[in-house]
Ligand binder design. Structure first.
Ligand code: THU
Length: 142
């Protein structure tokens, strides 16, 4: 299989995982379902939906859930990420989730924003969160 086709297949698999999570979202309050899927650097896929709560601030974003699944699953680095959300606008990660992703991804990490029909736009982490603060900024002061 040619390289580009292989990359397409891997991305399709990641999209499918994010879409399945999207379909399983628990979002009775906002009625805005989101699914996120992470491809870790060690080649595994971790996915999660948003999970809302009657006490609204206790709800969690899909990206946060996928990161928890990744850490709980034993992986540490994000190679690529797909976020699926419906609606006309792009479902780009919220500010807090950009920072959560930043903890475990490099500046060139691709972040693909999709609708249920497929990928709509692709960014890198550094375009979504420029001049970010991360573990290195603590400079051993932790
Ligand atoms: N949400 C996510 O899960 N990820 C995003 O990237 C944007 C927003 C969730 C939070 C809340 O459950 C719903 O979408 C509406 O904001």
């Amino acid at each position: 299989m040619p390289r580009a086709e292989l990359a397409d297949t891997a991305l399709r698999k990641l999209f499918d995982a994010a879409k399945l999570a999207f379909e399983r979202a628990y979002a009775p309050y906002s009625r805005f379902s989101v699914g996120a899927a992470i491809l870790s650097e060690d080649g595994r896929i971790y996915a999660a939906p948003n999970v809302e709560n009657a006490a609204y601030p206790a709800g969690t974003c899909a990206e946060a859930g996928a990161i928890s699944a990744m850490i709980g699953g034993g992986s540490r680095r994000i190679a690529e990420l797909v976020v699926v959300g419906a609606g006309e606008g792009l479902c780009t990660p919220c500010g807090a989730c950009r920072q959560r992703i930043r903890e475990f991804a490099g500046p060139e990490c691709p972040i693909h924003i999709a609708g249920p029909e497929g990928i709509r736009a692709s960014f890198t982490l550094s375009t979504l969160l420029p001049y970010s603060f991360g573990p290195e900024n603590l400079g051993g002061g932790a």
